[in-house]
Design a protein around this ligand. Structure first.
Ligand code: HQG
Length: 181
């Protein structure tokens, strides 16, 4: 597989494992795991997929979006789901500050409601400004929000760390968000 094929297979894998497994009749368990055998059997993606190429996609993915279980027989997306699955993550102590990248057009609403998880299962936060900026860049000119995650945690809010190092939480109330001046 060349870079382009790997990229399109990876995008389709994200769609199936995060949002629409039913597209190919794939079953995810309550923790988001799919059988690798079933996935390969039902796969109708842009390029043909065997176990070796799937392993290659999982190990080389730039954001480590997917992981196998210990047996290697199940696979899931590490975060980003819109379907209701339980990643079984334990609450973790977040750093004092985390970042969320967004765009200008959402700011008025964020100032009113705080950060909402929208279509996904969690609000996604990054440990560094650079990653948050890249997330926002998908939508336009980045606006970087600084989140007082340490204070939130001290006030009783839970934070989770995905297997690929994305910080997750339910909702960020507006008083914990520092907007750029
Ligand atoms: C915005 C990618 C209006 C929020 C990235 C964002 C990430 C609000 C959008 C992952 C709002 C939701 C997630 C409010 C939040 N009013 N807009 N109250 N609260 N928003 O895609 O964080 O490449 O669901 O700012 O790397 O952009 O797919 O979230 O712009 O980790 O692996 O609503 O997706 O990962 O958008 O991105 P998303 P996100 P992958």
């Amino acid at each position: 597989m060349n870079e382009k094929q790997i990229n399109s297979a990876s995008k389709y894998l994200s769609l199936l494992l995060r949002h629409q497994p039913e597209k190919i009749g794939l079953q995810l368990d309550e923790n988001g795991w799919a059988s690798v055998e079933e996935l390969l059997l039902k796969w109708d993606g842009p390029v043909s997929l065997d176990y070796t190429s799937l392993e290659h996609i999982v190990s080389t993915n730039n954001k480590k979006r997917f992981s196998f279980d210990e047996s290697g027989q199940k696979i899931r997306a590490s975060q980003g789901h819109s379907i209701g699955i339980d990643l079984q993550l334990e609450p973790q102590l977040p750093p004092d500050v985390l970042y969320h990248g967004t765009v200008e057009k959402y700011l008025a609403s964020i100032r009113l409601q705080g950060l909402l998880k929208m279509e996904r299962q969690h609000v996604h936060l990054s440990i560094d400004e650079c990653t948050a900026t890249a997330v926002a860049q998908r939508r336009g000119k980045p606006v970087l929000l600084r989140i007082r995650s340490g204070d939130m945690q001290a006030a009783g809010y839970s934070f989770f760390l995905s297997a690929n190092s994305v910080w997750l939480t339910e909702h960020i109330p507006v008083n914990y968000i520092q907007f750029p001046s």
